[in-house]
Design a protein around this ligand. Structure first.
Ligand code: CP
Length: 314
């Protein structure tokens, strides 16, 4: 996925940012939770691949407000012939459940406090742009680990690629049974800052907290926020990352958010390319059982090298 994303990243730099790869395919964005980056990024990714896109939010304008179930909603979309459903839901496991009800490919765009796999993929891609290898790379994921689907997916992805992960934060924001994660834990940001190649900051997810786990956001900022003084403790080449949305003045100061080494906007740009790559891998072949035959039109504009995609264009 990351290798193919390199080619799609190049498509995003062209004047006409579009290839015909998924012409005739339909992608539905099914979002039951707020999103800016992920929803727009998936929409843009599908459109740049020439797919048709439907945006569906489970709000008062849909029949969910009249009592229709998640399953019936999904099967309604299936009956209209969607090829992929990108789903964000407040319940952990919702995308997996959905995948049992529909033939369409299902992509998890964030499920509760469980996982956010495409965020992790775009983060891996973004880190790889700055370091020759993941082997031995030291990544600190800082903040509200307990409620963070981004922390879970990144820990899995980074470890799979050979990086070393440290969860950093107050004990109240660490998940229980962390031993099986294969990560180190630190309760002091300043103890580990100087050893990290990547400082990955998380938002304090107040919407997922049912009790007061930190005394105040001001105290959080004092002990866990990354400000200019703490940046001075980091390795000169170390990166600062954040999945967004950022709370400036809480986990990251405004001055640090705007530093060159803070690659938040690069993460967003790379997110489109990585999601194009993912959609391409899931929908770009017509050889899946039950998939319609490939249209016969010639490929008009394939992504450039280094990865050859031409043979799989519809
Ligand atoms: N990083 C992320 O998932 O952002 P959104 O909630 O805006 O999609």
């Amino acid at each position: 996925i990351l290798k193919t994303a390199r080619s799609f990243r190049e498509v995003g730099t062209r004047r006409i940012k579009k290839v015909p790869t998924l012409r005739g395919r339909t992608v539905c964005n099914l979002f039951f939770e707020p999103s800016t980056r992920t929803r727009i990024s998936f929409e843009l990714a599908a459109k740049r691949l020439s797919a048709d896109v439907i945006n569906f939010t489970g709000d008062a304008k849909s029949s969910l407000s009249k009592g229709e179930s998640f399953k019936d909603t999904a099967q309604t979309l299936q009956a209209m012939g969607v090829d992929a459903i990108v789903v964000r839901h407040s319940s952990a496991g919702a995308p997996q459940r959905l995948s049992g009800w529909v033939e369409a490919s299902v992509i998890n765009a964030g499920d509760g406090a469980h996982e956010h796999p495409t965020q992790a993929l775009l983060d891996l891609y973004s880190i790889r742009e700055h370091f020759p290898s993941f082997q031995g790379l030291r990544v600190g994921i800082v903040g509200d680990i307990l409620h963070s689907r981004v922390a879970r997916s990144n820990a899995l992805g980074l470890r799979a690629m050979g990086a070393h992960v440290t969860f950093v934060g107050p004990p109240t924001l660490m998940p229980p049974a962390i031993a099986g994660w294969g990560v180190d834990v630190s309760y002091s940001l300043e103890d580990v800052l100087g050893s990290l190649d990547v400082v990955y900051l998380l938002r304090v997810q107040q919407e997922r907290q049912s009790e007061q786990l930190v005394p105040s956001l001001r105290e959080y900022a004092t002990f866990w926020g990354l400000d200019g003084r703490r940046v001075a403790m980091m390795k000169p080449e170390a990166l600062i990352m954040h999945p967004g949305p950022m709370n400036r003045g809480v986990e990251i100061s405004a001055e640090v958010a705007d530093l060159k080494r803070t690659i938040v906007t690069d993460q967003v740009t790379n997110g489109v390319a990585v999601r194009m790559s993912l959609l391409y891998h899931m929908l770009g072949t017509f050889e899946r059982p039950g998939a319609p035959d490939a249209p016969q039109e010639p490929v008009e504009s394939a992504p450039a090298e280094p990865v050859t995609l031409g043979s799989l264009h519809g």
